[in-house]
Write a protein of this length. Structure first.
Length: 301
């Protein structure tokens, strides 16, 4: 347990934010979590949209139940800005606000394409011919393709890699391939999406073959792109200048599991706080890495 109970605010109730809140509460701090959505879970809720991955929601459900048992306060439907955070007079602010879909690397993706989050969140009608384009080699795009195909869309899953979901382990990879084949999803490799342009009420996608440089064009009713995420830095940039550590964690202390030196500055200047970032709002990473971020930081706060 900590020798001093701090007033802590965690922004975001995904895996990183929930693990941060749980760890801080276990150490005896007062914890308030602010979450923009109406429920905890973050991106895990999207991953759990297809039946065979539904049990993933148990990870964040367990964390949320532990937080509740430890007395953590939650405010849902709260899109936190600096005013909402500072109104809680925090000693420590931990930002777990996640990332935003990267939509700027493919010409025409903005405003014509949708993100995987849009599709798994139910904002994209599962009808007509849909392109799901993937540059992340993760499970997000295959999960999206399976979800849309199961709902009745005709789906093409395209990647510039030599195979889909290249970074996914053998067991899950085989399940994706089995289910996508059963749903008649067309899997096409070695094709890079270069541009999206409107053609009437449909979208034309221009591809280049990675090895032959051959070019081809196809028309779809909708295009979904997954080229990764970028950190959501809006709140961080607003809060960092007034923090005692300017929003920077001491890396040597973090890696050694020692208390952050900036905590020693608390109280010297009333109204100031220590500010830290974890998870996707630092850099895109998996759930395990996001939770490790939270545990590594908060175990010594």
């Amino acid at each position: 347990p900590s020798t001093r109970a701090l007033q802590t605010v965690v922004v975001g109730a995904g895996p990183a934010g929930l693990e941060a809140a749980r760890t801080l509460a276990e150490r005896g701090h007062r914890v308030q979590v602010l979450e923009a959505l109406d429920r905890p879970g973050g991106q895990v809720a999207y991953a759990a949209r297809i039946p065979w991955r539904r049990n993933m929601i148990g990870i964040t459900r367990w964390l949320y139940e532990r937080c509740e048992a430890l007395g953590v306060s939650f405010a849902f439907n709260c899109l936190a800005g600096p005013e909402e955070v500072l109104a809680l007079t925090p000693d420590v602010v931990v930002l777990a606000t996640g990332g935003l879909p990267q939509m700027t690397t493919i010409p025409g993706a903005e405003p014509h394409a949708h993100s995987v989050w849009d599709a798994l969140g139910g904002e994209v009608p599962a009808e007509g011919r849909i392109l799901v384009y993937d540059e992340t080699a993760s499970q997000s795009a295959p999960t999206c393709a399976e979800h849309l195909a199961a709902a009745g869309a005709t789906v093409s899953l395209v990647t510039p890699d030599r195979m889909i979901a290249e970074d996914v382990g053998v067991t899950n990879h085989a399940i994706h391939l089995r289910n996508l084949d059963a749903l008649n999803v067309a899997i096409r490799t070695d094709l890079r999406l270069c541009e999206i342009t409107p053609e009437g009420n449909r979208l034309q996608a221009r591809f280049t073959h990675e090895y032959s440089a051959r070019r081809l064009e196809e028309t779809f009713d909708r295009v979904i792109v997954d080229v990764g995420t970028v950190p959501d830095e809006t709140l961080y940039e607003s809060l960092a200048p007034a923090s005692v550590n300017l929003g920077q964690a001491d890396q040597a202390s973090l890696l050694a599991g020692r208390r952050q030196p900036s905590l020693g500055l608390l109280g010297q200047d009333p109204g100031r706080y220590a500010l830290f970032r974890i998870g996707d709002c630092v850099s895109a990473r998996g759930m395990h890495a996001a939770a490790l971020d939270a545990a590594r930081l908060c175990q010594s706060l």
